[in-house]
Each structure stands twice: as C-alpha cells, then as structure tokens.
Design a protein around this ligand. Structure first.
Ligand SMILES: Cc1cc2nc3c(=O)[nH]c(=O)nc-3n(C[C@H](O)[C@H](O)[C@H](O)COP(=O)(O)O)c2cc1C
Length: 204
C-alpha cells in the first residue's frame, strides 16, 4: 500500500507553498498519497493589510488548500512540516497547528511515524537551519522518527538546502525557490515516502 504523507505548511507569499508542492511531487514519485494543508492566519487584518499582496496571496492559498486537522496527522505515515523563518524560528501559524495536537500526544497517537521539516528565509544567514532544528523539538515530543535530508543525494551538493531539511533563500521581496532548492525538496519527498512506508510496515 502507498505511504500516506501529510504536509502541513504555512506560507504567506508563496515561497513555502512552492517548496511544499515540490516535497509532494517527490513523495508522489515514490507512489505516496499526499495531503497538502495550509495553516490559517493568526495575525490581525491590520497587519495582513499593511503589506501589499499579503492578504490576497493568503486568500488564494486558502482557496487551494484546506486547513490542517488532527485527523490528517492520524491518517499519515509521515508528516512534513513547512514554515517560513520568523525571527529564526517557526511561524506562529504553523506552531498553533502543532500546539493543537496535545490530544494526540497524550494518546501517543503519532509515535513511530516519520517526520521532517522545511523552511525558507529572506537572507542566506537568516536562520534556515535554526528554524528547522526548532521544529525537531515538538517532533521529538510527538514521538516522530525525524528524517533529515543529510547529504544523501546529489541535489545536496549544489549549494541548496540544508542537511536538516530543504530550504529556500527567497530574497526580499521573496522571488521563489531556485531549481536546485526544488530538487532538494523533491529528494526529501522521495526520502520521507520511503522511510514512512518502511516504518508503517515495522509498526504493523
Ligand atoms: C515577521 C517576519 C519575520 C521574518 N524573519 C526572518 C528571519 O528571521 N530571517 C530571514 O532571513 N527572513 C525572515 N523573514 C522572511 C521570510 O522568512 C521569507 O521571506 C520567507 O521565504 C517567506 O515565505 P513565504 O513566501 O512562503 O511566506 C521574516 C518575515 C516576516 C514577515
């Protein structure tokens, strides 16, 4: 049976959305069934309206993706979290979704599933690695088996991504992932699908 991969992400201007879609493509290339879900806004309309394009971009993505639910996490064999870097860490929007998983944590419902993370920052030294590693903390609490990218594919040797997870250096305003960054994300999608399928067979 195909592995089930759940990709809950937050993206405000489309960079992380593009990376999420590349992770999904990689997982689907391994035969996985994929759910892409976008965490919803937490900040007020005043802030969302303060930068041209933010509100419109968020609304367009909300039309494309349902919000992530706890049931999605239970359904999945592997969960890949995606977030823009916010001051060197995870966005509050994605974190709010994760913080809603306490009911599953108490039951150990996610123990033994595969987990991974990806991110983007505006600048090369803006905190991509620290953001991904910060997401490893709740993943460990939830009992996920964390799957880093490592240097386990040729895509990792072309100056894109991190050994912790795929990443984008988007610039400001964001100009989207490069082909090399998308290749790392596709590789991670293939890798998580393989590991998630193997773990499901192991867990029974
Ligand atoms: C409140 C806020 C905090 C941010 N913090 C950082 C940061 O610490 N380092 C960085 O390089 N970029 C930072 N950024 C830029 C975003 O992480 C970056 O543009 C990202 O690629 C946007 O992804 P998106 O297009 O999917 O929304 C920040 C942006 C916002 C709005």
């Amino acid at each position: 049976m195909a592995a089930k991969i759940f990709i809950p992400f937050y993206s405000r201007t489309g960079t992380i959305e593009a990376l999420a879609r590349a992770v999904a493509e990689g997982a689907e290339a391994e035969g996985a069934e994929v759910r892409l879900r976008r965490a919803r806004e937490l900040i007020g309309h005043d802030i969302m309206s303060s930068v041209p394009g933010w509100k419109e971009s968020a609304e367009a993505m909300n039309a494309r993706y349902p919000a992530p639910t706890a049931e999605d996490a239970v359904w999945a064999d592997g969960i890949v979290f995606g977030t823009p870097t916010r001051f060197g860490s995870v966005s509050s929007e994605l974190k709010a979704y994760i913080d809603g998983l306490g009911g599953l944590w108490v039951k150990g419902a996610l123990n033994g599933k595969a987990g991974a993370a990806f991110t983007g920052s505006a600048t090369p030294h803006g905190g991509n690695e620290s953001t991904i590693i910060s997401m490893f903390n709740p993943m460990a609490h939830l009992g996920l088996i964390i799957v880093p990218t490592g240097f386990a594919d040729g895509a990792m040797f072309k100056g894109a991504g991190t050994p912790y997870g795929p990443s984008v250096v988007s610039g400001n305003p964001p100009s989207g992932p490069t082909p090399e960054e998308l290749d790392v994300a596709r590789f991670q999608g293939r890798r998580i699908a393989k590991v998630a399928g193997a773990l499901r067979a192991l867990n029974g």
